[in-house]
Design a protein around this ligand. Structure first.
Ligand code: LR7
Ligand code: MN
Length: 580
């Protein structure tokens, strides 16, 4: 995931979809306002300001306000209440030097209390919400490798201080083979004062993804709650998450992720109404539901928001459901992409992903991982994403590869996918098309970039298939022989046949399409990454020489010749383009 919380808005097409269809608000609101929580909310609202005795709401109680840090031991300590802290003038050098220990202001982290108070950033009404008395217990699982000591402690203390302890079966710290001496020497001893804290020392580096799996296998609670190891859970964060899982074990509940500033360690809230989304090639990001959609649908700040994908680090999931889903693909390495995998799996196989605005957890966002990757970081993530694409994206995987440019040519060994594909079949999961239509309709995912007749701009003539060759002919939009698709993998397809250059002869032929054959790839309209003067050309890169498709109408022929921006016969246009 990207570290920045990006904001953008829904396209008009989606807004229409939202307003015209009476079905689910895409991935927006939970469909039924009449569900249990809403009813509880309504009741709670009526009774606001009165302390609801449990006898009036059998089986339910208010979210607990058991935040012992609200009257902190030392209210004057730096960073208290989540306020920003400045490095003292004489300490600037030291702070700078220590930055790399965690890629955030480690000096300040050490300066502020491990149990500091933070502002209760929940929307109004959250504190009055009711939850069930018999919520499931949870194992809070935090994986870490060489985490900054004070940040790790603050994470643990925030869980201990701001959760009803009867719901915490355990806090499971999974030490992913840390090497920092201080950590190794002190962790067990320090944590031994808390009966709820268990430590799992991995004997070798597993990477985050497999460390989480080790945690899940060792967990004894009903629900797994995953957290990063540099977080601060806010007041009442846990119960609303468990409530959702309790209402439906196939709900995966995420808190709102707030920001612990990497420079001054202040605790900052974030904009409401944000969904977790992705852009191609599967980059995670946040997108705000536009104000007019919020207004028209009367979405409240406390309303649950359904998300196409989760950020990945912070969520609660029913343990048996997690295993039913086959956990994460155990073939994913180290870090990255697992949030996509689980998100697609959950939605496509009958579950839901939600952000619960009444649950808020701060996270230190930073610009780089402070630990090393066993192998190249970029390649690791790309390989993971390729596994996800191959198993879950169906025909849409071309968008992933096409946006990643080099992705398909890397020759990365993605490993065996049989088990993952069989799992998808066994679970009877829906198609990626279904996911796009029902969960993430605002994602732009046209399967081809352009289609229809392919017309020579200067001559006004079209490419047509004659027997087994491509020729230039009068345009006839209704003729099947003149229909082409330009795909994300840059093939020009006529059915299963692709336009193929023969550079040696300067001519053109048809070749059976093959996504992996880069001798079939044509550049068209990708000016930004390429020669803007050739934006309308259809270009084939032949050992650093650029060849362009050229039409000759008197002979009805096509050829490839050295590109020339001013040769009009080299300019082409598809009937229809699907990109912005
Ligand atoms: O080899 C490793 N072993 C580990 O135990 C590598 C990492 N880890 C631990 C690490 O110590 C940390 O606690 O894994 C956790 C996550 O790693 P970070 O904090 O370095 O990365 P991040 O915050 O950028 O990670 C986001 O993306 C990850 C991979 O896709 C995981 O899903 C993280 O959980 C996720 N974090 C969040 O979702 C928090 C919000 C960030 C956003 C958006
Ligand atoms: Mn993190």
């Amino acid at each position: 995931p990207q570290n920045q919380r990006e904001m953008s808005s829904l396209p008009p097409a989606l807004q229409r979809a939202v307003l015209s269809q009476n079905k689910t608000l895409y991935g927006g609101l939970e469909p039924a306002r009449s569900n249990l929580t809403s009813k509880i909310q309504a009741e709670a609202h009526q009774k606001s300001h009165t302390n609801t005795p449990s006898s009036e709401n059998p089986g339910r109680h208010r979210v607990l306000r058991i935040d012992v840090t609200l009257s902190p031991r030392d209210p004057k300590a730096p960073g208290q209440f989540g306020h920003p802290v400045a490095v003292p003038p004489g300490k600037k050098k030291e702070a700078e030097q220590r930055w790399k220990e965690g890629n955030f202001n480690v000096y300040l982290s050490d300066l502020i209390p491990v149990d500091r108070a933070i502002e209760d950033t929940r929307p109004a009404g959250c504190a009055e919400q009711l939850v069930h008395d018999n919520l499931p217990t949870t194992s809070v699982i935090m994986c870490f490798v060489d985490e900054v000591w004070s940040a790790l402690l603050r994470s643990v203390h925030s869980v201990l201080n701001r959760s009803p302890l009867h719901l915490i079966k355990e806090i499971l710290l999974v030490d992913d083979f840390s090497t920092k001496e201080y950590l190794k020497a002190n962790l067990d001893k320090y944590m031994s004062q808390f009966p709820k804290v268990r430590i799992l020392h991995l004997k070798e580096r597993h990477g985050l993804i497999r460390a989480r799996l080790a945690g899940a296998q060792n967990a004894t609670g009903d629900v797994l709650t995953f957290l990063d190891s540099h977080v601060e859970c806010n007041v009442g964060w846990l119960e609303p998450l468990l409530e959702r899982v309790y209402l439906n074990r196939k709900k995966v509940a995420c808190p709102v992720i707030e920001v612990i500033n990497d420079k001054d360690m202040s605790y900052m809230t974030v904009d409401n109404f944000q969904r977790g989304v992705f852009t191609w090639p599967m980059n995670f990001g946040w997108r705000t539901i536009p104000p007019d959609v919020v207004a028209k649908n009367r979405i409240k700040e406390t309303d649950i928001i359904r998300c196409p994908v989760m950020a990945g680090g912070l969520f609660s999931i029913d343990k048996s459901y997690f295993f039913e889903l086959g956990t994460y693909d155990p073939g994913l390495n180290v870090w990255g992409g697992e949030n996509m995998e689980l998100s697609f799996k959950v939605w496509m196989c009958g579950g839901e992903i939600e952000i619960i605005p009444c649950s808020r957890v701060g996270h230190i966002f930073r610009n780089d991982n402070p630990y090393s990757f066993p192998k190249d970081r970029m390649k690791t993530v790309e390989r993971n994403l390729m596994r996800v694409a191959e198993v879950w994206l169906d025909e849409y995987k071309e968008l992933f590869y096409g946006h990643g440019d080099h992705l398909i040519d890397q020759g990365l060994d993605v490993g065996n996918l049989t088990q993952q594909r069989e799992l998808r079949k066994k679970l009877n999961c829906k198609s990626f098309k279904w996911y796009l239509e029902n969960v993430f309709p605002d994602l732009k995912a046209p399967i081809v970039r352009a289609s229809g007749v392919l017309i020579n701009v200067a001559l006004g003539k079209c490419i047509s298939i004659e027997n087994t060759t491509a020729i230039l002919d009068d345009c006839d939009g209704s003729s099947k022989l003149q229909q082409f698709n330009y795909t994300w993998l840059r093939l020009i397809k006529h059915g299963e046949w692709c336009l193929a250059p023969i550079p040696e002869k300067g001519s053109l032929s048809l070749h059976l399409c093959d996504n992996r054959n880069n001798r079939l790839r044509w550049l068209h309209k990708s000016a930004s990454a390429f020669h803007p003067e050739l934006v309308e050309h259809i270009v084939f890169e032949n050992y650093h020489q650029l060849l362009c498709m050229e039409g000759n109408f008197s002979q009805k022929t096509l050829k490839v010749a050295a590109c020339n921006p001013v040769v009009p016969n080299q300019k082409w246009k598809f009937e229809k383009y699907y990109e912005d």
